[in-house]
Ligand binder design. Sequence first.
Ligand code: NAD
Length: 414
Amino acid sequence: MKNIINIVDNQIKKASSKIRVNENLIKILNKPINEIKMNFPVLINDKVEIFSGYRVQHNNFMGPFKGGLRYHNHVSMDEVNALAQWMTYKCAIQDIPFGGAKGGLSIDVNKYNDKELQKITRQFTKSLYPYIGSNKDIPAPDVNTNSQIMDWMTDEYNIISGNHNSTCNMKSVFTGKSINFGGSYVRQEATGRGVALTIKEWADKKDYNLRGKNYIIQGFGNVGYHTCEVLSTFGMNLIAVGDHSCYLYAPEGLNIFNLKNHSNINKSIKNYEFGNEITKEDFFKLKCDIIIPSALELQINKKIAENIDCTLIVEAANGPIDDEAEVILENKNITIIPDILANSGGVLVSYYEWLQNKSDEYWSEKEIRDKFDDKIADTFKKIYSLSIRNNCSLRDASYIYSLTQIEKNYMCRI
Ligand code: NAD
């Protein structure tokens, strides 16, 4: 399998060769500021288990480090490092005053019940405690983590700091919390909503009618489901879906709400009553209009790319396409909306949540949604124009914009 860090490096190299950007800055951005590994014990069923947690703080020229925490058995320093880098560029693309970070816990979540997960999460928070803070580094949910995990972390953070009453600053250490714990309206759906609205912006620019168009999605979790929810309001048709358990194909279309109910109950899409099971290889071969990888990185390699037959790929997941695959897809004239643009809606509402916590305010759902929708549209438009002006891909244009913004902050430091 490809090294994910090389993929990020190549992306930056390619984009930065198209503009004049300070070489020292590129050198600095090439390495994260801090790479932290924490090994900690947890007593499970009277036996000590040792868990490894990671936090990579990539860069904070733009503001405090910001980025999700992932629970997955593949989590490694390299993976977290790449994801942290993407966070730096993602925040810059949305003009958010945050830097980039990411973290994770190497764990098979299916092996533990809720009580045990809470215990592990609280221990992980103790290990993270010295490194995070509302003006220092602000974690959020990612794969296999959710508002419940963020609530446990917030509570544990408050206990450690001796501050039980959740003052504004304490609440603002984590985003993606539940509403009762100081979370924000629209946060849960934000990433998927942003993905879908970005597709709409692209379609508007291209005079491309989304109604009746077929799409397939890999990953039916938080981001995948919420993307489908908004796409269904545009009249689009989900013809195939995959998750960690299987891939399902239903040419007549899948009812996303029933599928969601099934997935909530069974913790996967396996054994859903509609659709035929197909392999991952056959899933990516399906002729369709749009493909949305929404699970994990490095899912589309050279071999898979050769068989892809669609108009647009939208990276709802981080880093789902490797660099060799990207060249093949570009040669086939398939447009790619890159991760740092497509899924940046999550951190946008995390920023709104942080602002609300800091000022001890709650903004209404409508207020946040309106603000969010406008910002997502504006961001797509500015990156699209940049790609036309520079005659480059949306990925290159996204990095060009981000690097230029980061450079402005870097230049005032030297
Ligand atoms: P999630 O845990 O809610 O869902 C992950 C989905 O991926 C699940 O359906 C799972 O079954 C599926 N999956 C896991 N392993 C798989 C495999 N090997 N093959 C196929 N499917 C697999 O996570 P999420 O929050 O929806 O995150 C999905 C992606 O979006 C990740 O790349 C994440 O980094 C990215 N992302 C998430 C957010 C956010 O706000 N949650 C923000 C930006 C980017």
